[in-house]
Design a protein around this ligand. Structure first.
Ligand SMILES: NCc1[nH]cc(CCC(=O)O)c1CC(=O)O
Length: 308
């Protein structure tokens, strides 16, 4: 088994490369002698930087080209941020493992204010995520939401140039890139409920590649798989992608799984929230029930409007 070379498809942002190299290092640690090779690719999501993600549309914006590589045989596995992975896969590919989760919170980053609570009512806030936008706008209806695309360094540079009073981005990305000290405040799930899969890395591969599955098994993290499994089940029921204001976050406490979900209108005027708990084994049903609750409250109206 140790003679194989595993070709790892990855995007080229510093965070994507960190994640791919992390996977390579962990595989090599578990299987000394195993060779790995990064196959660097550019996705549509990387190319379209001038439009807010919400307007670009389409699912799998950051994964399609990587999937094509695996289907064509130029790569064996693809390393993804679970947040960017659609609930459905192309024929012949699937999610093999989910790794342990980094900090799942959203980070409040500012050079002027120490916390969300200190922000003035008309603050200029950088984010291109409708999920973050609707939660900020609920608390700060007069805040100005400004587009914030690009990799983590680009986003911080724009903040440092004075374009925003504060920006919101994933804590996990900052921590992985060694910039955890830039996090001014970690937003609690009650302040900014994270996206499905935020902070977790997943690996996709060809369904029929039995040997690869043997290698990947060592990376599996049971708790993260359960949590992200519940979150993805919620998104699947809501038909959600990265361009809709949906949040889903599950936590394990003892033998129980607690889940919170949210669907909001982009302007923050209407937010539906739901929460429920279950045994760990029932994670899929839990995610689905939180979605059903949100739909029963009226979330389907928001979603239908956005998909038009
Ligand atoms: N949608 C882009 C994306 N996909 C994953 C991360 C961060 C890392 C993670 O959540 O694992 C980000 C950037 C962000 O949300 O600020």
């Amino acid at each position: 088994m140790a003679d194989r070379i595993i070709r790892i498809a990855t995007r080229q942002s510093p965070l994507a490369l960190w994640q791919a190299e992390h996977v390579a290092a962990r595989l090599q640690h578990a299987f000394p002698g195993l060779q790995t090779e990064l196959v660097k690719m550019v996705t549509r999501g990387d190319k379209i930087l001038d439009a807010p993600l919400a307007k670009v549309g389409g699912k799998g914006l950051f994964v399609k080209e990587l999937e094509q590589g695996m289907l064509e045989g130029t790569a064996d596995i693809a390393v993804h941020s679970m947040k960017d992975v659609p609930v459905e896969f192309p024929e012949g590919l699937h999610l093999a493992v989910i790794l342990d989760r980094e900090d799942p919170t959203d980070a409040f980053v500012s050079n002027k204010y120490r916390s969300l609570a200190e922000l003035p009512a008309d603050a200029r806030i950088g984010t291109s995520s409708l999920r973050r936008q609707c939660q900020i706008k609920e608390k700060f209806p007069n805040a100005e939401i400004l587009s914030l695309r690009g990799n983590v360094n680009t986003r911080l540079a724009k903040l440092d140039a004075g374009e925003y009073d504060a920006i919101i981005l994933a804590s996990a990305g900052l921590k992985r890139l060694g910039m955890g000290e830039r996090i001014t405040a970690q937003l609690q799930p009650t302040e900014s409920l994270p996206a499905m899969g935020q902070g977790a890395i997943g690996i996709e591969c060809r369904v029929d590649d039995a040997e690869i599955h043997e290698y990947l098994k060592v990376l599996h993290d049971e708790e993260t798989s359960i949590r992200v499994g519940a979150e993805r089940a919620m998104n699947a029921r809501l038909n959600g992608g990265c361009q809709v204001p949906i949040a889903g976050f599950a936590e394990i406490k003892g033998e129980r799984l607690f889940m919170r979900g949210l669907v909001g209108s982009p302007d923050g005027s209407l937010l539906y929230r739901a929460e429920a708990e279950s045994s760990l084994a029932d994670f899929e049903a839990l995610g689905k029930s939180v979605a059903e609750d949100l739909l029963a409250q009226g979330a389907d109206r928001i979603l239908r409007e956005l998909y038009q």
